[in-house]
Design a protein around this ligand. Structure first.
Ligand SMILES: Cc1cc2nc3c(=O)[nH]c(=O)nc-3n(C[C@H](O)[C@H](O)[C@H](O)COP(=O)(O)O)c2cc1C
Length: 213
């Protein structure tokens, strides 16, 4: 059993690009979600979050979300200086974790639940030969007002601050670029597949943040 677990954790990695030519049946995603619902720990058996799962049936929505999660290359925050680095958003499916409570002590539970459920999904996906890609970067300046309003409307939220986390799920592509189906443009990502984090963000030592008292 331990060997099986080790295989799963070795298979689970952050993926940014996707092989969209390989189909991913919705039933597989439904199975992962059903499993998450019954097996992932929940305080008092309540989810404390809402999940919105998007396929590619609305390219306008997916394209807007991708634009919203681009990033600035420099402190000069003009549109020209923004680069695209989050094609995780272009995966076969995009899972959006939404806060359903105020930011009170209970709202806090939404954050915790998001972490637990997202982590559950990554491993459940890895066990099925699928990959995931997290994204919490976003910049309101990068999408247009029309795109922003469209996202709120489709996701049924009032403000994008209600979104705790987004996660791509699909057949990962071991390359650093892919075509954005929303625009037909080639988009790039960081080259880190299978390597863990970038050199500028090395993994901490256990002793940096763990103490046995
Ligand atoms: C909650 C969370 C949010 C993340 N947000 C982003 C993001 O916005 N953009 C990005 O490129 N990577 C993001 N990542 C990926 C991490 O920065 C990191 O590269 C990755 O987890 C390390 O690779 P590994 O998971 O394969 O070990 C996020 C990861 C987590 C867990």
């Amino acid at each position: 059993m331990l060997e099986a677990w080790k295989e799963i954790i070795a298979a689970r990695r952050q993926y940014d690009c996707w092989d969209l030519s390989q189909p991913l049946d919705k039933s597989v995603v439904e199975e992962i979600i059903e499993e998450m619902n019954t097996q992932c720990a929940k305080k008092q058996n309540k989810p404390h979050i809402a999940l919105k799962i998007l396929d590619w049936s609305d390219p306008k929505l997916r394209g807007a979300i991708y634009d919203y999660t681009r990033n600035a290359e420099s402190d000069d925050r003009t549109r020209e200086n923004f680069i695209a680095i989050n094609p995780q958003m272009l995966a076969h499916y995009l899972i959006v974790f939404v806060n359903v409570k105020e930011h009170t002590r209970l709202g806090f539970l939404g954050n915790i639940s998001t972490g637990l459920h997202a982590n559950y999904i990554t491993h459940s996906a890895a066990a099925r030969g699928l990959q995931t890609g997290f994204c919490q970067c976003s910049d309101r300046d990068l999408c247009t007002d029309e795109q922003y309003e469209y996202m709120l409307d489709r996701l049924g939220i009032e403000n994008f601050d209600q979104v705790y986390l987004m996660m791509g799920l699909g057949h990962g592509l071991k390359e650093n670029s892919m075509i954005n189906p929303a625009t037909g443009e080639t988009v790039e990502c960081w080259s880190r597949i299978g390597k863990g984090e970038q050199e500028d963000n090395p993994l901490p030592a256990v002793s940096d943040y763990v103490e046995f008292l």
